[in-house]
Design a binder for this molecule. Structure first.
Ligand SMILES: Cc1cc2nc3c(=O)[nH]c(=O)nc-3n(C[C@H](O)[C@H](O)[C@H](O)COP(=O)(O)OP(=O)(O)OC[C@H]3O[C@@H](n4cnc5c(N)ncnc54)[C@H](O)[C@@H]3O)c2cc1C
Length: 814
């Protein structure tokens, strides 16, 4: 008789640490009928050969919370299951060997404080006292995270598996999933050598095999196997069990204590991908050949740092493959276009550290059908068109992996896999000296270098080389007119006899308006959190045009299509590629457009928040009178092939009106001054419109039902516990990048979600939620004395509850 059941409610594929943690958390949360299938033995994928460092700090607050939870779990798991995990909380050290790195660790310490994680800055001498074997002659300082630790990955996985079984999960080894059965966009079961297992939900935790499992269900899981090496030494005198883990990012290396010896690994500048044409059959409990030549630069760094390694015996140079991703973050959640299929993969060599929290979050996601909190940083819907191409994914992943330990500069861009998506104006903007950035494959002008200067970012933690040029663009928009290529906007059309009814439910704003209206609205989850932030224009009785941020293309399309209520005759179509967008913004925008079009663009004929079909020469354009920069202006949406002609005419006619190209860095400064919110930082699925100060955009006063309404009503009655506010520090020597810690009356009260310089108001501007479990209102906010911590330094800052620029909207409506 087969030991394999014919059906299970939840099937997890993969018995690595992620699959076992997901099974543990599903079963622990009370899920009945959890079945984990492992093709060989538990841990036989990447898990058995992990080094086992357990760090916690990431650049996202919620991902850091997940990793903090991992530590909590690993501390109690042995008592819970009776199996040793090898976890010890020996702390983690991070060295800085140059001034820029010193600033980086200061900023990381501040970020840790923002996220409630202990991280202390210490001197080189203090670091050496914690790690006596190291040479600190080149060390300027260090950071110490006392709650970091290390574990034995295989033991930890076995303990999670035992815990899962204790709660009723079934784990079967030596069962390979060879196919997935689907019906009408849903998984109905999996196929194995022993037959089929029907299931209601399938979770793909197959590590570097996850893309292969994804393909069985037509799902793209963009990750790339990379070779990762570390060396294991014999015992070394002076290596004690309590030695903290050590990261020396300037040397590209890390260390951990291992039975009296050291494990030393690192991240090369030219990392090597593996299995470009597929993972060979039978690759279980397997390693790759040691590559001494590749490891040599890391070895040299290690010898400089720990001279005693010279005489240490080397037990092994281990080369294990691990899955990496294009942005260094792992992949979690429900891919677009499929109902009951989840992914937890691509752990970028921090899968052991992540497993506790990631497994819990994935289990909660599976049980609720939605993520337990904002996990956009790791959500599979953050990917877009180029991520479907294995070649593109490989090129970008190799680059991202090569930067694992290099400086994580503010505003840093990737160089690989470019260009892949360009607007029809790309050549013209390049000729105008644009410095492009890239988002979901799109080339977008970040800024324009002055004549004779190379359009190239020079990164630093201070003001970067583009600062003055962006100031010029900013001023052109404020004082004359700027033209911004925003072709990369994601654009959708919602059509059908029930389109208005469908959108009315999905949108918190009142979008069921007359043809010609443009409505700025949020789309909320059931908790009232902001899933999408976009504009909806009615273009026909049964047709709406939606414009949203470049980076939100996949996510927002998925959100809209999933939330059209069953039975309604409405569908959403992505029209991004056929439509170019030029934003014409500034006090002279009307004059400029009026010079190239016969359309009446006066306030009476074309007021704010409306759109009109206009012609520029022979080119038709939907002109949306909206703005994200706080000035009079129009977004021109037009057939892609007409954009070059329109752009040339605007630039020609605009000469006398002070027209100038502007880019995304200018937009950022302009929107900060005006207080426009940015999705992904100022507003996320964890924040409601009431908390974000966007109550004006919500139809709470109407009696129209919409998703999230009940949660907002309850919140309005109970009162807010956090509120987004604006903070400024005038000193131009300070630089806000976001994640700086906020203090109210001396106590930590939040952190900046976003920040930058406002050229018109002449100050650093940041937005952050101020939190108080007792409640937050404007009077309470105004009563506080505020400080902000930037790179370890606390300084007073001013609170503002109204936009710094044009609070009365006179310019926008002008
Ligand atoms: C050299 C090295 C050092 C590392 N060091 C660290 C570290 O210090 N700290 C840290 O946090 N992380 C570290 N990692 C990363 C860590 O090992 C991984 O992130 C983690 O093990 C990934 O776990 P997983 O469960 O996603 O994948 P895996 O462990 O690979 O598990 C996937 C499982 O799926 C199974 N499977 C695949 N296909 C099928 C199928 N068709 N049917 C059934 N089962 C299938 C496989 O057999 C495999 O067991 C390191 C990795 C490497 C390579």
């Amino acid at each position: 008789m087969s030991r394999q059941p014919t059906a299970a409610q939840y099937v997890i594929i993969g018995g690595g640490i992620i699959g076992c943690s997901t099974a543990y958390h599903l079963a622990r949360a009370g899920a009945k009928d959890v079945l984990l299938l492992e093709r060989h033995k538990l841990t036989s994928g990447s898990t058995f050969h992990a080094a086992g460092l357990v760090g916690q700090l990431r650049s996202s607050a919620n991902v850091t919370q997940l990793l903090k939870y991992s530590v909590e779990l690993y501390q109690r798991l042995e008592a819970e299951t009776g199996l040793a995990t090898g976890f010890k909380q020996n702390g983690g050290l991070r060295l800085a060997c140059n001034e820029e790195r010193m600033t980086e660790i200061r900023r990381q310490a501040t970020m840790a404080h923002s996220f409630g994680l202990e991280m202390h800055l210490i001197s080189a001498k203090e670091a050496q006292a914690l790690w006596p074997l190291m040479d600190v002659s080149d060390v300027l300082g260090a950071a110490f995270l006392p709650t970091d630790g290390q574990a034995n990955p295989s033991d930890l996985t076995q303990a999670l598996a035992k815990g899962a079984r204790q709660h009723g999960a079934v784990i079967l080894e030596d069962v390979t999933v060879t196919g997935i059965r689907m019906e009408r966009g849903r998984v109905t079961g999996v196929v194995t050598a022993e037959g089929e297992i029907a299931c209601e939900t399938l979770v793909n935790c197959a590590g570097q095999w996850a893309p292969e499992i994804g393909r069985m269900a037509n799902v793209s899981v963009p990750l790339q196997s990379m070779q990762h090496q570390y060396m294991i030494t014999e015992k070394i005198d002076g290596v004690e069990p309590g030695l903290p883990t050590l990261r020396d990012p300037d040397g590209l290396i890390y260390f951990k204590e291992d039975v009296g010896g050291l494990v030393m690994g690192g991240y090369e500048r030219k990392p090597l991908p593996w299995a470009e044409t597929g993972i060979p059959d039978g690759f279980q409990f397997s390693l790759l050949d040691s590559n001494f030549e590749q490891f040599e630069p890391l070895m040299e760094s290690a010898l400089r740092r720990v001279p005693k390694l010279q005489s240490a015996g080397v037990r092994q140079l281990l080369n294990g493959p691990e899955s990496f991703t294009t942005d260094g973050n792992f992949i979690l959640g429900k891919p677009p276009g499929i109902e009951n299929f989840y992914v937890g993969a691509g752990f970028n060599a921090f899968g052991i550290a992540s497993a506790g929290g990631a497994g819990r979050a994935l289990a909660e996601w599976v049980l609720a059908g939605e993520p337990p909190m904002d996990l956009a940083a790791v959500d599979i819907r953050r990917f877009g068109q180029p991520h479907n191409s294995p070649d593109w994914v490989r090129a970008r992943t190799v680059e991202a992996t090569s930067k694992h330990y290099t400086m994580a500069w503010p505003h840093e861009e990737h160089a690989s896999g470019r260009p892949v998506r360009t607007s029809p104006l790309y050549g013209r903007l390049a000729a105008a000296n644009a410095c492009f950035g890239e988002k979901l494959g799109w080339e977008r002008p970040n800024w324009f270098a002055p004549n004779g200067e190379a359009p190239r970012d020079v990164y630093s933690y201070g003001r970067q080389n583009w600062f003055d040029a962006v100031g010029e663009e900013h001023r052109a928009v404020r004082e004359a007119v700027g033209i911004i290529d925003q072709t990369s906007f994601a654009k959708f059309v919602v059509t059908g006899p029930d389109a208005a009814e469908a959108l009315s439910w999905i949108c918190a704003g009142d979008v069921d308006r007359e043809i010609g209206r443009v409505v700025y609205t949020q789309m909320l989850n059931r908790r009232g959190g902001i899933e999408c932030d976009l504009t909806v224009s009615r273009i026909a009785p049964e047709r709406f045009y939606i414009v949203t941020g470049t980076g939100n293309a996949t996510r927002d399309l998925d959100w809209i299509s999933r939330n059209i209520k069953p039975g309604l005759r409405a569908e959403v179509v992505d029209v991004t590629s056929g439509t170019a967008v030029l934003s014409v913004m500034g006090p002279n925008s009307r004059g400029l457009l009026q010079a190239v079009s016969r359309a009446d663009l006066s306030n009476a004929a074309h007021p704010f928040a409306t759109w009109r079909e206009i012609f520029i020469g022979g080119a038709p354009a939907k002109a949306l009178r909206v703005t994200y920069v706080g000035e009079l202006g129009w977004e021109l949406h037009m057939p892609a092939e007409t954009a070059p002609g329109v752009y040339d005419r605007l630039m020609d006619e605009g000469r006398g009106l002070g027209v100038r190209n502007a880019g995304y860095r200018a937009i950022e400064s302009l929107r900060l001054e005006k207080g426009y919110r940015a999705w992904g930082s100022d507003i996320t699925s964890d924040d409601t419109p009431l908390e974000a100060g966007l109550g004006f955009a919500v139809k709470l006063k109407s009696n129209i039902a919409f998703q999230g309404r009940d949660a907002l009503t309850a919140q309005a009655e109970a009162g807010l516990k956090k509120r987004l506010a604006c903070f400024t520090v005038d000193d131009p020597a300070i630089v806000f990048n976001g994640r700086e810690t906020l203090y109210r009356d001396g106590a930590r009260a939040g952190y900046l979600a976003s920040g930058g310089w406002g050229y018109t108001v002449g100050t650093n501007i940041g937005y952050g939620y101020v939190r108080n479990p007792e409640g937050v209102d404007e009077a309470w906010l105004a009563r506080g004395a505020y400080e902000v911590e930037v790179a370890g330094r606390r300084m007073p800052c001013s609170l503002h509850l109204r936009p710094l620029y044009d609070p009365a909207m006179a310019r926008v409506r002008g």
